[in-house]
Design a protein around this ligand. Structure first.
Ligand code: FES
Ligand SMILES: [Fe+2]
Length: 355
């Protein structure tokens, strides 16, 4: 399954604190745990299969220990200790996930096979990302750079994470909704669009192997600029740029323009839970917006609450990407970006959440 070779967000970084945390990715139960802080730095996050190699107990019910050699995860059942990053220990470094102590027989030296299943994990954009299998050659890299969302990448840009939003539809349906300008005047009337100004410009769509880019997309907005601090009373055409760097992620960018001092970028990151359900976050990066973080989150929550009933109503919940005959959905020229997105999923061989 090609989806196992992609990086996926699983939880917000801030959620992984002192205690192990259970979560599920693509049907795989995981335990996430963080090594204790070291010299002021947040400790490394680990993502392992949530199953003790001894008798199968759930490791997420255990606890994190700080041993002199390094951080360990202790199983809740017989207290076996599984190593975090003990490579720094000078004598006999052990691999991550390996059992290093069996309390019932302290003299026993567990062999290599006495190890938890370890997955790759990294923290980006305020989220913990996990990859279940090593990458296949034809897939995009870990996650294409979205530099504005990197903490501290550019101090002028403020980062705000919104979500998680659990949704009863597939990840591709949600990405397509995010790329769709022509619903603004109806679903977000008075907020992001006007029904009397429903016409959109779909701009240029560039289809590259590593993702999609759409520039010069324009929609009419009822207020001079959109955002929690929208204050203008006159409508205007607003230009957007979209990128799809990953099958289940998309980024929208709007630059400051005449009469509109705010630049912002919003990245949609999705954890595909099942074929027909997912969990989403919006990572926002804004420049020149005086609204508080709370106001930005409240705005995003309100916009998402407008999308939710419509997106959850779409049938089938899996996105038709053109493989079925006869085709189950029809298109208009305004759907150019959605057509490109469907072809992109098909090209990558995505099977989760599509039909
Ligand atoms: S099941 Fe984990 S220590 Fe026995
Ligand atoms: Fe929407």
């Amino acid at each position: 399954m090609i989806e196992r070779q992609l990086w996926h967000p699983v939880v917000a970084s801030l959620q992984v604190r002192d205690a192990p945390l259970a979560c599920t990715l693509l049907g795989e139960p995981l335990v996430l745990w963080r090594e204790p802080r070291h010299e002021g730095e947040a400790g490394r996050v680990h993502a392992w299969a949530d199953r003790c190699p001894h008798r199968g107990a759930q490791l997420s019910l255990g606890r994190v220990l700080l041993h002199v050699r390094g951080a360990r995860l202790e199983c809740p059942y017989h207290g076996w200790q599984l190593a975090g990053d003990e490579a720094a220990a000078q004598d006999a470094p052990v691999s991550v996930g390996r059992c290093v102590h069996v309390p019932a027989d302290p003299a026993f030296v567990p062999p290599v096979g006495h190890s938890a299943t370890v997955f790759e994990a990294q923290e980006r954009y305020g989220l913990v990302w996990v990859r279940l299998s090593p990458p296949g050659p034809e897939l995009p890299g870990p996650l294409n750079e979205v530099p504005l969302f990197e903490q501290g990448s550019d101090r002028a840009w403020r980062q705000v994470l919104c979500g998680p939003y659990g949704l009863q539809t597939s990840a591709p349906r949600l990405v397509e909704n995010f790329l769709d300008l022509s619903h603004f005047g109806f679903v977000h009337e008075g907020w992001l669009g006007e029904r009397s100004h429903a016409q959109v410009q779909t701009g240029q769509v560039l289809e590259q192997a590593e993702g999609l880019i759409a520039s010069d997309c324009r929609a009419w907005q009822p207020r001079a600029y959109a955002g929690a601090s929208a204050c203008g009373t006159e409508g205007a055409w607003v230009a957007y740029r979209y990128a799809v760097p990953h099958p289940f992620a998309a980024v929208l960018r709007k630059d400051a323009a005449l009469g509109d001092p705010v630049s912002n970028a919003i990245a949609l990151f999705i954890r595909p839970d099942t074929d027909q359900s997912c969990t989403a976050w919006f990572a926002m990066a804004t420049l020149g917006d005086s609204a508080s973080d709370e106001a930005l989150r409240a705005f995003q929550d309100a916009v998402f609450a407008q999308d939710r009933p419509v997106v959850e109503s779409q049938m089938p919940k899996r996105l038709p990407i053109g493989r079925e005959r006869p085709a189950s959905e029809v298109h208009s020229p305004a759907d150019r970006m959605s057509g490109a997105y469907r072809r992109y999923l098909s090209r990558l061989g995505i099977s989760l959440g599509v039909t």
